[in-house]
Design a protein around this ligand. Structure first.
Ligand code: SF4
Length: 254
């Protein structure tokens, strides 16, 4: 949890509502100006309701499948496996539900923990088909049900709701927690991060996707816990952390 006193929803981060909204606007501006960097990290800046945000994938089914495959696996490997599933005509939840665990395991063998993921993905696909299809299962009303499925934690559940169902929720992640905490100079908890962003964007799905993609990219590429590379980071001009380390923000800040 954040280190300042506990506050009600809307002031949980220690920022006033207008400050939080201003921060979100500045972040979106920087991320839009650095869309090539986001693409290099597997995020394709797209229209609000597009499924392409996830590395240019083509359907909600592909987003759901890759959300299992990407856990503890590099995106480049997942993208290759997705291509193969597409070529074999099995890049859909309906097709996956019909495969045996062994067949699915062979098809995704390049990802880490493929056997476990094959079992979990097949169980998810079967649950979706029992719900009338993917969108019958992935909906805000079913968040608790999603969280009850093996392999789906809070970040994956909220990511599915945002990127598959276009629900106005923010997936809290370690990356967004570290980056946002350093940006504003306060230690935030995962719940603080989620509420700060959701309150500041007022249901704007494009903003939620952009903030998630941008913070994940910065967190992965630059903002490691032990040795952040602030001099190369696109957020160095608006982040409080380099200033507190007596570093001058570099030139060329978007
Ligand atoms: S400027 Fe440094 S501390 Fe701030 S987000 Fe970038 S890498 Fe992290």
């Amino acid at each position: 949890m954040m280190r300042r006193e506990a506050k009600g929803r809307g002031t949980h981060s220690g920022l006033r509502g207008s400050e939080a909204r201003g921060l979100i606007v500045r972040l979106i501006r920087v991320f839009e100006a650095n869309s090539d960097f986001l693409a290099s990290q597997g995020w394709v800046v797209s229209d609000a309701r597009s499924f392409s945000w996830w590395g240019g994938l083509e359907s909600p089914d592909e987003v759901a499948i890759s959300s299992f495959l990407v856990q503890l696996t590099r995106w480049e490997t997942v993208a290759e496996v997705m291509k193969r599933l597409r070529a074999q005509g099995i890049a859909s939840i309906e097709a996956i539900a019909k495969l045996s665990v062994e067949e699915l395991d062979r098809a995704i063998i390049n990802v880490n923990f493929h056997r476990t993921k094959a079992r979990r993905l097949k169980a998810f696909a079967e649950e979706a088909m029992r719900s009338g299809g993917l969108l019958g299962l992935v909906s805000p009303a079913n968040e608790a049900r999603l969280l009850g499925i093996e392999g789906i934690g809070i970040e994956t559940a909220k990511s599915m709701l945002l990127f598959i169902a276009n629900a106005p929720v923010f997936p809290p992640s370690k990356y967004s927690q570290v980056v946002l905490s350093r940006l504003i100079g306060l230690q935030l908890g995962l719940r603080d991060v989620e509420e700060l962003v959701e309150d500041a964007v007022s249901g704007d799905v494009y903003a939620l996707k952009m903030i998630h993609a941008g913070l994940a990219s910065v967190g992965k590429a630059y903002c490691s816990k032990r040795s952040p590379k602030c001099g190369e980071c696109p957020l160095r001009g608006i982040c409080s952390f380099p200033k507190r380390r007596n570093e001058e923000p570099g030139p060329g800040i978007a």
